[in-house]
Design a protein around this ligand. Structure first.
Ligand SMILES: Nc1ncnc2c1ncn2[C@@H]1O[C@H](COP(=O)(O)OP(=O)(O)O)[C@@H](O)[C@H]1O
Ligand SMILES: [Mg+2]
Length: 232
């Protein structure tokens, strides 16, 4: 579905992403993990088109889309959630979702509302909802229009452990139902090992491991660079 080929990106002198190769298979939940500053969010930006690589290519369904703008990619089925809330604070949750669903022709808004547990929040203004609810509204927005490839950058950030697990299960259900492909950046290892089919581990901008979660988990290089306490 998606291939990153020798992708590199620098912010001035900071080499955030270094010669990254990655293969993301249709219908899987592909986790990208690694310590803070490893280049995970930059990879998401390169896939979504928010940033252009300094070298290398992004290949989507066999087409080189490296130079395609964000809007083109969204239209082609690549969608992302944002770390910060992208909702209009003055609208009700229902109005916000209706507007966005209308714009992309989503027919199963009711279902997405249920999957993300937003039913009881619909009549609230976005400004009145909790952080966890706003996160879920933001994720709902990213899921509208049945995108083929959904990029989620730390969807569970700031949520309680119970909320994180519930969200992860809902996302996994939705991915399976829709046969969508998810790229999930997440630091909560319980979430990662619960729902990811495949993992790529980044450290200092480079891929240090890639494979099935149970295989990646036991690699010394991963434990040293990242899992550390979480694995012990
Ligand atoms: N806007 C920016 N300007 C300069 N450096 C940045 C910027 N964004 C990220 N970086 C640097 O790029 C590297 C990778 O960052 P990032 O992709 O955000 O990592 P991660 O998401 O894995 O924490 C880090 O060294 C970070 O400090
Ligand atoms: Mg990040």
């Amino acid at each position: 579905m998606l291939r990153l080929e020798g992708l590199s990106f620098s912010y001035g002198a900071v080499r955030a992403v270094r010669n990254v190769d990655m293969e993301i298979v249709q219908g899987t939940i592909h986790g990208i993990i690694g310590p803070n500053g490893a280049g995970k969010s930059t990879c998401i930006d390169l896939i979504s088109g928010r940033q252009r690589p300094t070298s290398g290519a992004v290949v989507y369904r066999g087409e080189n889309i490296t130079r395609r703008p964000v809007r083109w990619r969204r239209h082609a089925g690549i969608s992302r959630s944002f770390q910060r809330i992208s909702v209009y604070q003055g609208l009700t949750v229902a109005d916000q979702l209706d507007l966005a669903a209308g714009a992309v022709g989503e027919r199963q808004l009711d279902h997405i509302v249920d999957v993300l547990d937003l039913r009881s929040t619909l009549t609230a203004k976005c400004s009145e909802t909790s952080y966890g609810e706003q996160r879920r509204v933001d994720i709902a927005l990213a899921l509208l229009g049945e995108p083929a490839l959904v990029l989620l950058d730390e969807p569970a950030a700031g949520l309680s452990q119970a909320e994180s697990i519930q969200l992860a299960d809902h996302l996994a259900d939705l991915a399976r139902e829709r046969d969508s492909t998810f790229v999930l950046v997440e630091h909560d290892m319980e979430v990662v090992f619960r729902i990811c089919d495949h993992l790529t581990v980044l450290d200092h901008g480079s891929v240090i491991a890639d494979g099935k979660p149970q295989d990646v988990r036991s690699l010394d290089i991963v434990v040293d660079a990242y899992l550390g306490r979480a694995a012990s």
